[in-house]
Design a binder for this molecule. Structure first.
Ligand code: ACO
Length: 329
């Protein structure tokens, strides 16, 4: 029996670029080493798009897999949310391009920008529509193509990021299953910790902005590190409390994959065991909005997550933004 008030993820899919860029490859680009990157971040390689791969293209592939697994036709999707800060173009939205690719004619489609927390923001938005009963089927994609916005001469950032897409289908589910709680947060006062200076309406792209490398990501890594550990711990505890659970009830934590050391600190502060946290950062680096849906899709496919498992999803990102959710799988 399905209930209007219970909302869940009923299928997942992912798409990653074909090209692998290893730490050894980066040693030939900037002054860095596999040893530094591995010990400071946990990353061994990342996927980077080639000229044929796009934000909407990867999102479409991930979506088709999720739709097929849900047993839904594209025309049955009512709402298509693409969480991204790296759409193909300034306009139209990546979501409208994905809608056209899928021929999801009955869906309202829009992009949602919340940095690396985009997927959890999308989950929270979709939850409201499904709970209210105004929509039946939502396709939510987390996708980011960060490699074109990375300064490949800046070793502080170029080793961290990668490209990828993850998609989920959300519908109403049996009472007691699915989303138990979700909460999202923002603090625009911290916008200057992670941003791209130019390319937007306040500083449009020009010869000067490109010459001054103002179209690339600028980041205060150590400040974000501290912020990330604190907010990941706080928001996880908040959503657990919202649904009357504690860390002792959790089967798995699925944290945003930005830095293995951030994950380890959060894990320790939450009192979880290493086997309770899912990690794939060594293979993909930080893929922003795609991080959690790709991690979830792999865990489901590999049989690590089983029916009835209690999961906590938690993320942070540019904005700054952060958020968490608890799911009964
Ligand atoms: N190779 C070798 N040395 C490096 C490299 C590199 N790739 N990068 C930095 N260093 C050097 C620095 O220059 C510095 O050298 P110095 O002491 O001579 O000045 C030294 O290593 C230490 O630098 P720190 O910045 O203190 O290193 P830290 O341990 O903080 O690690 C890192 C840096 C990995 C960026 C870390 O701070 C971090 O992961 N922060 C979080 C970033 C993050 O999560 N961003 C994404 C947010 S999500 C989103 O919305 C996209």
């Amino acid at each position: 029996m399905v209930s209007r008030s219970a909302v869940g993820i009923v299928s997942t899919g992912r798409a990653l670029p074909v090209s692998h860029v290893s730490n050894q490859d980066l040693e030939t680009v900037v002054e860095t080493s596999d040893q530094w990157i591995t010990s400071r971040t946990g990353i061994k390689e990342r996927r980077i798009v080639n000229s044929d791969e796009t934000c909407s293209g990867l999102a479409t592939i991930a979506s088709k897999i999720a739709l097929e697994r849900a047993g839904l036709r594209p025309a049955e999707i009512d709402l298509l949310i693409v969480a991204t800060v790296t759409p193909d173009r300034q306009m139209p939205s990546a979501a409208c391009l994905v809608q056209a690719n899928l021929q999801a004619y009955n869906a309202a489609a829009f992009d949602l920008a919340a940095g690396c927390t985009g997927f959890l923001f999308g989950l929270n938005v979709a939850e409201q529509y499904l709970k209210a009963g105004t929509l039946k089927n939502v396709l939510l994609v987390g996708v980011d193509i960060l490699s074109p916005f990375v300064n490949w001469q800046d070793r502080n950032t170029c080793v961290l990021f990668g490209d990828g897409a993850g998609a989920v289908v959300m519908t109403n589910v049996e009472p007691g299953r699915g989303l138990q709680a979700s909460k999202i947060f923002s603090d625009g006062h911290k916008a200057g910790l992670l941003y791209v200076p130019s390319g937007g309406s306040s500083s449009p792209a020009s010869l000067r902005t490109v010459r001054e490398r103002r179209h690339y990501i600028r980041m205060n890594g150590p400040e974000i590190f501290k912020f990330a550990v604190n907010t990941m711990v706080d928001s996880t505890l908040q959503v657990l409390e919202m649904c009357g659970k504690t860390t002792a009830d959790l089967d798995y934590l699925l944290p945003h994959q930005a830095n293995r050391r951030i994950i380890n600190f959060a894990l320790k502060r939450l009192g979880l065991k290493p086997e309770q946290v899912l990690v794939n950062i060594h293979r993909y680096g930080n893929i922003s909005s795609a991080s959690i849906p790709v991690l979830l899709d792999e865990a489901v496919e590999q049989g690590n997550i089983k029916e009835g498992d209690l999961l906590a999803l938690v993320s942070f990102g540019a904005g700054l933004t952060w958020g968490a959710a608890v799911l009964n799988w």
